[in-house]
Design a protein around this ligand. Sequence first.
Ligand code: KE4
Length: 425
Amino acid sequence: MTASHDAFARARSVIVGGVNSPVRAFRGVGGEPIFMRRGEGAYLFDVDGRRYIDYVGAWGPLILGHADPEVVRAVADAARQGLAFGTPTEIETELALAVRVAMPGLEKLRFVSSGTEATMTALRLARAVTGRDKVVKFEGGYHGHPDSLLVRAGSGALTLGVPTSPGVPAALAAQTLVARYNDGDSVAALFAAHGPDIAAVIVEPVAGNMNCVPPAPGFHESLRALCDRHGALLIFDEVMTGFRVARGGAQALLGIRPDLTTLGKIIGGGLPVGAIGGPAALMDQLVPEGRVFQAGTNSGNPVAMSAGLATLRRLETPGFYEALGERVRDLALGLQAAAQRAGVPFTTTTAGGMFGLFFSARPVQTYEDVMACDVERFRRFFQGLLTEGIYIAPSAFEAGFVSAAHSKADINATVAAAERVFARL
Ligand code: KE4
């Protein structure tokens, strides 16, 4: 037996499912999760010493790759000053300013410790500011696990077959209305029926939790117009897309200004950071300026802030996103060509530094398209790539990520490995 197998057995004796986040459990692809010991650049090394080219990047944060020397140095330097103070520190201001320079619509921010805390806060703020209770989300959209958002959710909820979680009171779930991604008419219908009661629409500007589904032209414009017409807030959940699809996030690419933005992942550089931001008129409704409560022991942790700041500083490098986008396109086109040579129905999507993989003969643009894909073939593809030393997300409902550490040689090796796997699918 392998060291990973033994580690998993030991973990399961004390940690639920042996994992601290369900999508890591490999339930969507079969087999046992691989225990990793070390990361370096584009690579992961498991407890048995095997190396993988990593396209998960800790689920998005590691846009610079694993153990980036500058980020690690910044963390070590910060840690030597102390791990936490429970007081304001200057580095929190520096990170907030660095976020605002890239995303000017975030006039004021509040840091938290996860994307879930960010979306939970955004919903509470929207409900308080509008005095309304209902929220609109999208089927397959995932925003972490606030009760109101665990209704027909994506990511791990979808992978584990619980898109609507037990434990969410029916009375609360009834306040969550669900529309179809890339279908503005489905949102208009909800506003027609419930307009005066809708506090907010929360959307992933690029859907990254039903694999990766970019927005259709005009979709976000329709959301912005509907929210304006009915006095609801538009919340862009950019936990995944923030600093991933562009330095200014999807809102910069789309030219859409949401009312509130949630962030996470990359702004923590691998350490636990989330954020909510928007116009001061809205954000100053949060305590202590306003009356909408929100708090957190670990919010603004200076060591986590240092990882985020060191990361964002590197993203200011001219040409960073152009180079990253080129790597992603090379990967996607290479995989598509390899699948075509093998006669396997397969399609990809890309959005900046993230991508999607689908076993489908036709383009994927909606949740229904995603659900029509061949998940069994995805499982076999995942397991085949794993034996070839390629680590993609262990779920057909997750996006993939490329880092600045991925070389052209890594991309070429990945495509060559995939070609061998396609041939035996
Ligand atoms: P966290 O609470 O996991 O930091 O963030 C929740 C969240 C919010 N919004 C979006 C768009 C997200 O993608 C996420 C978290 N993403 C998943 C992966 N798709 C995290 C991985 C996991 O759950 O282990």
